[in-house]
Design a protein around this ligand. Structure first.
Ligand SMILES: Nc1ncnc2c1ncn2[C@@H]1O[C@H](COP(=O)(O)OP(=O)(O)OP(=O)(O)O)[C@@H](O)[C@H]1O
Ligand SMILES: [Mg+2]
Length: 301
């Protein structure tokens, strides 16, 4: 089954579907971001099943996920709590190995974490508290990118400026608000110039106003210098605003239920009829009963 909206630039389609479905209407850089269907994906998730093994049992977190993330995509994983979004992100980052299927980056199998995949987490305490903002951003550049002190500091200051924190470059994390700490984490990640920037509900713990501002900033950073983003959220609105492409995962264990283009929307769309309509249809889609959601998710070890 597939159902198209009355606007052709927002169409939900059963997975797998062609990236070319859903026409591109918006005449701005974000709207042009989806890469031609024939380009090979930067990050390919193919038939990936992920499990946690404890002495008592095996918990299946995701089941045979297929996703292609292209250069410049702002790809969102959207799904209910426990559907395996974080697990999938950790696997793409190289922290967890699939029990089935394969993840490749530029055609090379992902086997371990690396500086080409940086994750920004939800927690505000991901920065070493004894380092200043500038030191926090510069440190991984020296360690992983092997830049000299001066070069690392120059690049750090550039990205600190990008996230509007220059006046706080010499402050320590405890002197910053939650939103500011997330900006530092984003600056630190971008400064590494990873092939894929991964974010696991990075704004979920922020108040609504700050969250909106952070979404706006993230999009303007992308507009300035497009990067490839893999973004996890369980907020439908956030998925539509941040992403140009969204994969809807079914409840535990996560499977790809649908994939759709969302580049027609941004922060200015919120409140519009089309946006609300899209939210409503996604909401129904997210919560409709699916046969696979009744499948057993635990098998004995
Ligand atoms: N370390 C672990 N050991 C065993 N099971 C785990 C572990 N981490 C997660 N799980 C299980 O794997 C499944 C997927 O968890 P995951 O954290 O990936 O979900 P999620 O979609 O990120 O949820 P949320 O939106 O709440 O963050 C859940 O059933 C969870 O209980
Ligand atoms: Mg999670």
């Amino acid at each position: 089954m597939s159902f198209a909206a009355h606007r052709s630039d927002f169409a939900i389609a059963e997975h797998p579907e062609s990236r070319a479905r859903g026409s591109i209407r918006r005449e701005d850089a974000r709207a042009r971001s989806p890469i031609a269907a024939e380009a090979s994906p930067l990050l390919r998730i193919k038939g990936v099943t992920l499990e946690y093994r404890t002495p008592e049992r095996v918990v299946r977190a995701t089941h045979r996920i297929d996703l292609d993330i292209h250069q410049g995509d702002r790809f969102v994983l959207l799904g209910p709590s426990g559907c395996g979004k974080s697990t999938l992100l950790k696997a793409a980052a190289g922290f967890i190995r699939p029990v089935e299927g394969e993840i490749t980056l530029d055609g090379v199998p992902v086997r371990e974490p690396g500086p080409d995949r940086i994750v920004v987490f939800q927690e505000f305490d991901q920065l070493p508290p004894w380092k200043t903002v500038a030191q926090n951003v510069a440190f991984p550049l020296r360690a992983a990118r092997a830049l000299g002190r001066r070069e690392a500091m120059e690049r750090a200051r550039h990205y600190i400026d990008k996230v509007g924190l220059t006046p706080f470059a010499e402050s320590y994390p405890h002197q910053l608000s939650g939103g500011m700490k997330q900006r530092v984490a984003i600056a630190r990640a971008l400064a590494m110039q990873p092939k894929v920037l991964m974010m696991d509900e990075p704004f979920a713990a922020l108040d609504a106003l700050t969250r909106r501002r952070m979404q706006e900033e993230l999009l303007s950073l992308w507009d300035e210098a497009p990067f490839t983003l893999l973004f996890v959220t369980h907020s439908i609105e956030e998925a539509l605003v941040v992403g140009n492409r969204v994969a809807l995962l079914s409840p535990h264990p996560g499977r790809v239920r649908a994939e759709f283009n969302s580049h027609a929307f941004d922060l200015t769309s919120i409140g519009s009829h089309d946006f609300q309509d899209a939210v409503q249809r996604l909401h129904s889609r997210l919560f409709e009963a699916a046969p696979e959601s009744r499948a057993s998710t635990e098998v004995s070890a």
